[in-house]
Design a binder for this molecule. Structure first.
Ligand code: ZN
Ligand code: ZN
Length: 337
């Protein structure tokens, strides 16, 4: 078993443990997944030498799971977790490393312009070092005041900084986006002119997620019918293990999004994993396309996408239906269209 495949198992185990509110163990499995992706250890050799526990973060419990994976190609522990959380069973699919599989760039991340910790240039360089060809910087809009969101003037100032960063990079494109709040009435938290000046618009629900189902449906329908919206970010706002997502008429909203060419995000932040594989499958059946994004607030969080690669596999979504696999010129055509 390759380290990438083992990492996918570790990441999925972490996902189910979060659902079971076992955050401590969830973090331990997530961490080992990231270590496997980073270090690419020879797992077969480690099993033969009885050295799994010398891998960073691997204690006796995780070592047992890894050993079973290497020896049998599966995990009874994961199978049991899937049954307990009501998840769909495994789909036979080979997990190919992200960039090798053709992933071109991340369409949702934050910088120190809002609640991220790094500059535009630092994020772009980190993305390029991963082998990406582009990165969309999507800082917050002003509605959630705690994150220092950007209004039209700061967006214009940020555009100049993005242009300066772009001038220092070759073979790599920085797109200016914004993660704009979907307000309770379904309108967006920035004027249309400010949205039209951006390369892409991610519209996300962040607050008032417990609205009654009909009102929430109206709210989401209005957002996916807005002509400037390209992507719906973390479409339910759920937090596995701590907060249920918004409830709305998913079929109706997904169908309207598909009709308008609005893409549904699979947000790979382990605290979100939103859409879930189950809802992503519903959206796919309604004709939606997708984006697979880290929502990174720091360079080391780009790895969230590697750790969530099993999700589109589980939802049986081919990469042809995920924006991040498009080369930059095709992506820009889609975003303009
Ligand atoms: Zn968000
Ligand atoms: Zn975000």
């Amino acid at each position: 078993m390759s380290p990438d495949e083992a990492a996918a198992y570790m990441a999925e185990i972490a996902y189910h443990l979060r659902h079971k509110q076992d955050q401590h163990r969830a973090r331990a499995f997530s961490k080992v997944a990231a270590v496997l992706l980073r270090d690419h250890p020879d797992l077969e050799a480690a099993v033969r030498a009885d050295k799994l526990e010398s891998l960073e973060g691997v204690g006796s419990g995780i070592a047992r799971v890894l050993k079973e994976l290497v020896e049998t190609g599966g995990s009874e522990y994961l199978q049991r977790l899937r049954e307990e959380t009501g998840a769909a069973p495994e789909v036979a699919a080979r997990i190919t490393p992200l960039v090798e599989s053709g992933y071109q760039g991340d369409l949702h991340c934050h910088t120190d312009w809002s609640d991220g910790g790094s500059s535009v240039l630092a994020m772009a360089r980190a993305a390029q070092a991963r082998g990406y060809r582009y990165l969309a910087v999507t800082d917050h809009s002003p509605a959630i005041t705690v994150v220092n969101g950007l209004g039209p003037e700061r967006l214009a100032a940020q555009r100049r900084v993005i242009d300066e960063a772009q001038a220092q990079l070759e073979g790599f494109t920085i797109l200016q986006g914004c993660e704009v709040d979907i307000l309770p009435d379904g309108s967006l938290d920035l004027p249309d002119a400010a949205l039209a000046a951006l390369d892409l618009v991610v519209a996300s629900p962040h607050f008032k997620l417990r609205m009654e189902r009909p009102a929430m449906t109206e709210r989401m329908l209005k957002a996916v019918n807005h002509p400037e919206v390209d992507i719906v970010g973390h479409p339910t706002g759920r937090r596995p293990g701590s907060r249920a997502g918004a409830e709305y008429d998913f079929e109706a909203v997904f169908a309207a999004a598909a009709a308008n060419g609005v893409v549904m995000e699979i947000d790979c932040d382990p605290a979100r994993m939103d859409l879930s594989p189950e809802l992503a499958e519903v959206a796919f059946a309604q004709g939606c396309s997708f984006s697979l994004d880290s929502d990174a607030h720091a360079p080391d969080q780009f790895v969230y996408v590697d750790l969530a690669l099993w999700m589109p596999h589980r939802a049986r979504i081919p990469t042809e239906r995920i924006l991040n696999w498009l080369p930059i010129d095709r992506l820009q055509e889609v975003l303009r269209g």
